[in-house]
Design a protein around this ligand. Structure first.
Ligand SMILES: [Zn+2]
Length: 223
């Protein structure tokens, strides 16, 4: 336990140092995204008309523009890559202890109904030779969440992104979420969380390490 805390502290310090040192580089422009704001506005007009409401009614007159603006924000994960988000946030390993980033909040839209789902992601990994700046994990979560998604894909994309970026010995990811497409349509499912988990490299771990990484992603999951 001490070992884990010690490691996390080290990483936080490293990351803070990095952020300070590279603040100028961080302001570099992101890749421009292909978002058709006019098309999204027209789609919202059609939605309004198709719903049976009056698109000329005062309250909804500017709704298509507002909708397009909101969507541009909620879907801005398309214009970025994991590599861009990580930037220079990879460092030489500081020991081999388990690293856990717990309960990263996210908001996404399900690709089946385009309705929100939201929850939290927990990522735990045993480093190889490299570690990732702690602040990068929430940013990778956000990158994947701001696309049309299914929860399971966010889970596996997170694990794969870590494998690719820092080749850890093992990664465990757990995502818990609530889906409006379930909650608004099915009374019985109003309080049910959907849980998805994925693992990479568990075979590389000792039995004790396996136990620790498993409990790391489940511990306090319902707190
Ligand atoms: Zn759905």
């Amino acid at each position: 336990m001490l070992d884990l805390e010690h490691n996390q502290k080290l990483i936080e310090i490293t990351d803070h140092f990095h952020a300070t040192r590279h603040s100028a580089a961080k302001a570099a422009p992101e890749t421009r995204r292909e978002f058709d704001r006019d098309g999204m506005t027209r789609a919202a007009e059609l939605l309004l008309r198709s719903s049976g409401d009056d698109p000329l009614r005062e309250g909804v007159q500017r709704t298509p523009e507002r909708f397009a603006k909101a969507m541009r924000h909620l879907l801005d994960g398309y214009g970025k890559t994991v590599a861009e988000v990580i930037g220079k946030g990879v460092f030489a390993g500081e020991g081999s202890g388990l690293v856990t980033v717990r309960d990263v909040e996210f908001y996404s839209l399900c690709e089946h109904h385009m309705l929100p789902f939201w929850g939290k992601a927990t990522v735990a990994y045993y480093p190889g030779n490299k570690i990732l700046g702690l602040s990068k994990i929430p940013r990778i979560v956000e990158l994947f969440a701001r696309r049309l998604q299914v929860q399971e894909r966010i889970t596996t994309q997170l694990a794969d992104a870590l494998m690719e970026a820092i080749a850890p010995r093992a990664v465990a990811v757990r995502v818990e979420a609530r889906h409006l497409c379930m909650m608004m349509r099915g009374v019985e499912k109003q309080h049910s969380d959907t849980v998805s988990e994925t693992f990479r490299g568990l075979d590389n771990l000792t039995a004790i390490e396996q136990q620790r990484i498993l409990s790391a992603i489940t511990k306090e999951a319902h707190a």
